[in-house]
Design a protein around this ligand. Structure first.
Ligand code: SF4
Length: 425
């Protein structure tokens, strides 16, 4: 059973008398467990729906509708599937105490992998989940592989019962499921020959493996430093060399580069980022793969729009990692906009300086960096630093931050999204 959370006015859902709180019990006699059942089992022109109204009354409807007419019903989000692993590099272990409770949840959920591109390990799948992935064609899925050697992978995940990932992927692939995969690189564990073996195994699985990203492990002051460390420059360079050798092979044999190093891998290696065309469709942009080249492309495509900022002085807030790469993004932006941009690099005061990503910047650190600055028409803040409720990781709200600052703020991920954006206040 799942609950209705909202019903659009004038929709079929409203005609049926559904209201927030209505329980959707079954479709065609099949019990509903979560949003996936709702979306997939109602994707027909005709079906029967059993529901229970808030007063307890059960009603069954025979529904007939053209597929072009949506039901207009929103349902409650799924209860997050918890992770069965205990990786030494887990971000949750690297969190300081006292943050929002939800941040301490280790999720490992194939449904969120399909819906939002969250990486999952597939170590907690039950036979029923396997059947659903195949029946509903949940593809592509985003999978954390890390290493294909089953023993080593179990060790990395700290999960002695983790199934063989190559077997899992190839069984799903036979049923038409496709995958974007990642390897979080832990030096001395899954780099070097192990990485080579992993890439070889994934490549052998053929075209169902749509892409692989190689991401250096990222730690905070609070991580388990006695058990895991970040790769050094030489180790990152070596991994880039392996990635690029596999890219050359894949490009020659399959017409696409297939495997990519995260921007952070190149940054730590002290190497220039690959050109824009090497990232294909930027399939792993959310995983920090090709962010800089993607931003440059968006600036080029959106160039005429930026004329609205002509003559302005704009602050661009970012973390220390992107701060080093930003000058190559700001140069074309300055040219397109005819505006002045000031880069404001903020060190993370909550996790410590080794956490360099803009998405984890606390509101307090941003407030401290912008306080007392004059001459800015407004400041652009990284959109990924706030959640849907506009809360930073340290629980500060965007409105509270805006109140403390001498300039208006706007959130942005690709610059052009801040052109029309209202100023948080
Ligand atoms: S798979 Fe590993 S890193 Fe991911 S949530 Fe679980 S323990 Fe943490």
């Amino acid at each position: 059973m799942i609950k209705v959370t909202a019903v659009r006015a004038g929709s079929i859902g409203e005609e049926l008398g559904l209201t927030p709180g209505t329980e959707l019990v079954a479709v065609n006699g099949r019990e509903l467990e979560d949003f996936l059942d709702w979306e997939f089992l109602t994707a027909d022109e005709e079906f029967t729906l059993l529901l229970r109204q808030p007063d307890g009354q059960e009603i069954e409807y025979e529904i007939e509708r053209p597929l072009t007419e949506p039901l207009g019903v929103s349902v409650e989000p799924a209860r997050i599937r918890r992770c069965a692993n205990r990786c030494d590099f887990c971000f949750v272990d690297g969190l300081p105490k006292g943050l929002r409770e939800v941040l301490y949840i280790r999720d490992d959920d194939y449904r969120l992998s399909f819906q939002y591109g969250n990486f999952a390990t597939l170590t907690n799948l039950k036979p029923k989940d396997v059947r659903r992935i195949i029946e509903y064609r949940l593809s592509p899925l985003y999978v954390s592989v890390h290493a294909t050697d089953p023993v080593l992978r179990r060790w990395l995940l700290r999960n002695p019962t983790a199934p063989d990932i190559v077997e899992q992927l190839s069984e799903f692939a036979a049923d038409g499921i496709r995958f974007h995969t990642q390897v979080v690189l832990s030096p001395g564990v899954n780099d070097g020959a192990v990485l080579e073996h992993t890439l070889d195994d994934l490549y052998r699985l053929g075209t169902p493996i749509l892409s692989v990203s190689v991401v250096p492990v990222g730690l905070t002051e609070f991580s388990k430093h006695s058990r895991v460390r970040e790769p050094d420059t030489a180790e990152c360079r070596s991994a880039v060399g392996q990635v690029e050798a596999w890219q050359a092979r894949a490009l020659g044999e399959r017409g696409g580069r297939w495997v990519h190093g995260a921007d952070e891998l190149y940054l730590r290696a002290g190497l220039e980022l690959p050109p824009e065309e090497s990232y294909g469709e930027f399939e792993q942009i959310e995983n920090g793969v090709g962010s800089v080249r993607y931003l440059q492309r968006r600036i080029r495509e959106d160039a005429p729009l930026f004329r609205d900022w002509a003559g302005r002085r704009v602050g661009i807030v970012t973390g220390t990692s992107m701060g080093r790469l930003m000058p190559q993004v700001i140069a074309p932006l300055r040219e397109a906009a005819g505006a002045e941009f000031e880069l404001i690099v903020v060190e993370n005061g909550l996790f410590g300086p080794r956490v360099t990503t803009a998405g984890l910047l606390p509101g307090k650190s941003i407030a401290a960096s912008l306080a007392g600055r004059t001459g800015l028409d407004f400041a652009l803040l990284p959109g990924e630093a706030v959640n849907d409720d506009l809360l930073f990781i340290d629980n500060m709200s965007a409105a509270d931050l805006a109140e403390q600052l001498p300039m208006p703020i706007r959130f942005s991920t690709v610059f052009s999204d801040a052109l029309e954006a209202g100023v948080a206040a």
